[in-house]
Design a protein around this ligand. Structure first.
Ligand SMILES: [Zn+2]
Length: 477
């Protein structure tokens, strides 16, 4: 079965055929780096990371570009508030972005181009649009002449007349028409600016993506992605700019992830911006955040609540514990008596067939427009299979082979979804209990140094202890 992807442009699931047979060029609009990323920013980061991982398991080399918008009004305002400069604000929040995505198991993109580093290309792009009469200068600004791109509205499936009626269009006396959008903004006195043929200023938001997508990935992308909120006007404007110049589609496939609601309310700036990834990953297991995002189909809205996160933690622990137990059993077998017969340990055929079935289901779900919600079900089937196998107290010469087969199947799925993150669950529950018992004994014996040492050891493994009157409680970080 070929991979099918829902294309926003055609409103259909289509078989995916990349331009180059073994390579995929994917561009996803990244954050404006004026603050810490919030839960709404995390969804495309986690989801498109999974898209990239899955494409890699299919054998594609994925050139994955996520841009940083490092100059805009919000950065300028923030620099003022912090008595800092725009580049300093950008550097600071790019660093924070990396800490956050690393912390939630999102692999870094192949490239993260920044607007400030691509100014000559952006200015040249605007100049090309002006020269070909798709854009005009007015009072130091440059605007795109929207009506000259006859297909404007085709991505968001609206026509210009509807747009003029239906949306709030910025009124600016420098624009010739209300639907025109800005490509270059003249600098106000004292603002950060770059030179251009139209005077000092800075680029508008939409043009940066058209210019950087072309520079880093070429004229037509295999996949262009982002949050649904970017579909209009951002992506519609990207289409207009790019396609007027090249006459080719900007992207063969347009993918958009759905909105996030917070406690059943639509995410607003005041509400959503408060739920920061840096806090969430302290509050919950980072893997639970991935689970929460991936357990719903990416095109559907997601409702964030403490309850949902609590549920996600439980679910992810079920999978993680099964995996840790299999790994532990395998370590015991290979370091113990089974070691001498470590060669040619083929797994049982029955188990092999079951695992193959689970992996087939996983794959079929992922190939159906990245249906991570159903693919996760295959991971639960795997966990049940693993638990059943371990409970049988399986023995015999094939045990190492069976355990290894279980582990391999797990890793094939986890490489894509990343629901069990490295360094998590290094310790089994039993081992944690045992270390806590040792610590209790050390405390009773007033061996405080040993007790502290054990506490540090547990902390280093992500186990948090809480001394209560009823005894020690623990949880995983
Ligand atoms: Zn963009």
């Amino acid at each position: 079965m070929t991979l099918h992807i829902y294309n926003t442009m055609t409103r259909r699931k289509e078989p995916f055929v990349p331009i180059h047979p073994d390579r995929v060029n994917m561009y996803v609009c990244g954050p404006t780096v004026y603050d810490y990323i919030h839960i709404g920013n995390a969804r495309p980061q986690i989801f498109f990371d999974v898209v990239r991982r899955y494409l890699e398991t299919l054998g594609y080399e994925v050139n994955y570009v996520v841009n940083f918008t490092d100059v805009d009004d919000r950065l300028i305002r923030k620099a003022g508030e912090l008595d800092s400069t725009v580049p300093e604000v950008a550097d600071r929040f790019i660093q924070a972005f990396y800490e956050d995505i690393d912390g939630i198991g999102v692999r870094r993109a192949s490239q993260n181009p920044r607007v400030m580093d691509n100014m000559p290309e952006i200015v040249a792009y605007i100049a090309e649009l002006v020269e070909r009469d798709f854009a005009y200068e007015s009072g130091g600004d440059v605007y795109f002449y929207t009506k000259k791109f006859h297909e404007y509205g085709k991505l968001s499936h609206q026509n210009i007349e509807e747009l003029q009626l239906g949306i709030r269009i910025e009124v600016d006396e420098r624009k010739e028409n209300p639907e025109d959008f800005v490509l270059w903004k003249a600098a106000k006195p004292g603002e950060i600016s770059w030179p251009s043929p139209w005077g000092d200023g800075r680029p508008g938001w939409h043009i940066e993506c058209s210019a950087m997508a072309r520079k880093y990935l070429g004229e037509t992308l295999d996949i262009h992605g982002g949050g649904q909120d970017l579909q209009f006007p951002h992506h519609e404007c990207e289409v207009a700019q790019s396609e007027s110049i090249t006459g080719k589609p900007l992207a063969n496939v347009w993918m958009h992830n759905g909105y996030i609601h917070i406690n059943n309310e639509k995410m607003s700036k005041s509400l959503g911006n408060g739920v920061l990834v840096k806090d969430l990953r302290k509050q919950y297991q980072p893997a639970a955040l991935r689970y929460f995002m991936l357990a719903t189909h990416y095109r559907n809205p997601l409702n964030f609540s403490e309850e949902a996160m609590g549920q996600a933690e439980k679910s992810v622990s079920r999978i993680a514990n099964a995996m840790a137990n299999v790994r532990h059993a395998l370590q015991t077998v290979t370091s113990g008596a089974g070691a001498e017969s470590g060669h040619e340990q083929e797994p049982d055929e029955k188990l092999q067939a079951k695992l193959a079935g689970i992996l087939d289901t996983f794959d079929a779900k992922m190939r159906d427009d990245f249906n991570t919600a159903d693919a996760i079900t295959a991971m639960f089937e795997w966990a049940s299979e693993a638990n059943t196998y371990l409970q049988q107290g399986a023995q015999g010469a094939r045990q190492a082979g069976n355990l290894q087969a279980l582990l391999d199947a797990f890793e094939a799925m986890n490489d894509v979804l990343g629901l069990v993150m490295e360094q998590e669950n290094e310790l089994l529950d039993d081992e944690v209990d045992q270390l806590i018992q040792e610590r209790n004994d050390a405390r009773k014996a007033k061996n405080w140094a040993r007790a502290d040492e054990l506490r540090d050891l547990l902390t280093a493994q992500g186990i948090l202890l809480e001394d209560t009157p009823q005894g020690v409680r623990w949880r995983r970080k």
